[in-house]
Design a protein around this ligand. Structure first.
Ligand code: PBG
Length: 328
């Protein structure tokens, strides 16, 4: 027995030297939920540690993120029911809640990336990412609305617009609209392979954005399919995406690996609301160590091939990493 893999594990410094994957604050993006009001944080019961934040509170939370060296935050607006309509018209309002929040963030923390979500669901009275016509999502009628939404976010100062709607052709439509309005430097972080997942539950609680009828299976991908991710990837590359995301993350690690092996673009993973809530719930019961399981989950996404990760645990992870956790 002269070959002993344990030898490389036998001392902390040696483990450090042969470690294949690293997790750092540089890899993490913190999602934030924004609502109207002042000095408000309304807890989201299914997403412990996160609340719906008024703009001033969102800026304060973003400052914490910047101080912990997180490169960016991703914003999701809570839209009052009275402002929702079938075409999500409020999405492109220059003085909308999201647009005001982007401006406030760029004014106070100009170097922190602001990533905005492009999809109609928070603004739609139907709770769908596209326009519903006779019970069906009309792909091509939705594209110009998404393009206008992205331009409006860019006008407010967004650094990256992130289409999460899964309409065909939306990356190209958004790129053309951004370039046509002079926003050639605004990047598109495409939710390239986004699955029709049950793990988005707490997110939909946060925004009250669950579909009012039907489900999202005609546009989000079938959880049974991996190969199909390569079709979405090819299209997003051809249409000009600057990064491609796999979502959810943990339960789609095989898809992260597949996409990683077929593209030179940065690959993002979304450690989604349900994946985070599971950890919190188990920790609340005393069944799991939240800190250790969070770091292991995020590291596993990096090992699967993700360059960057959206996670509700980003602040916690950055704090733990700063305190020296995450290695041995
Ligand atoms: C909106 C959107 C969703 C998520 C991100 N953007 C929800 C959905 O598609 O229903 C989910 C994120 C999460 O669960 O953390 N299109």
């Amino acid at each position: 027995m002269w070959i002993r893999p344990r030898r490389n594990r036998s001392r902390p410094a040696l483990r450090r030297l042969v470690r294949e994957t690293r997790l750092g604050a540089d890899d993490l993006v913190l999602p934030l939920f924004v609502q109207e009001g002042e000095d408000l944080e309304t807890p989201i019961p299914s997403l412990p540690g996160h609340g719906r934040l008024s703009i001033d509170r969102a800026v304060a939370r973003a400052r914490e993120a910047a101080e912990l060296d997180l490169p960016g935050v991703a914003l999701f607006p809570v839209v009052p029911e009275a402002e929702k309509d079938p075409r999500g018209s409020a999405a492109a309002k220059p003085d909308g809640l999201l647009q005001r929040c982007v401006r406030a963030l760029k004014q106070t923390l100009p170097d922190l990336l602001v990533i905005t979500d492009v999809a109609l669901d928070p603004y739609s009275s139907d709770g769908h990412d596209g326009v519903l016509r006779d019970g069906r999502i009309d792909n091509d009628e939705t594209l110009p609305l998404l393009a206008a939404m992205a331009v409006s976010q860019a006008e407010a100062g967004a650094d990256v617009v992130a289409p999460s709607d899964m309409m065909d052709g939306r990356v190209g439509a958004i790129r053309e609209a951004l370039d046509g309005s002079g926003f050639v430097d605004v990047a598109i972080g495409s939710y390239c392979t986004k699955y029709a997942s049950a793990f988005y539950g707490p997110f939909r609680d946060a925004l009250d954005s669950a579909p009012r009828s039907g489900d999202k299976k005609t546009y989000q991908m079938d959880p049974a399919n991996a190969r199909e991710a390569l079709r979405e990837l090819a299209l997003d590359e051809a249409e000009g995406a600057d990064w491609v995301m796999v979502k959810p993350g943990l339960v789609y690690a095989d898809v992260i690996r597949l996409v990683r092996e077929h593209t030179a673009l940065p690959v993002a993973a979304y450690h989604v609301s349900g994946e985070y809530a599971m950890l919190r719930a188990a920790a609340e019961k005393g069944w799991l160590d939240y800190d250790a399981c969070l770091l292991e989950s995020l590291l596993s996404l990096r090992r699967a091939g993700a360059d960057l990760i959206f996670s509700y645990g980003a602040l916690d992870a950055a704090r733990l990493l700063r305190a020296g956790r995450g290695g041995d």
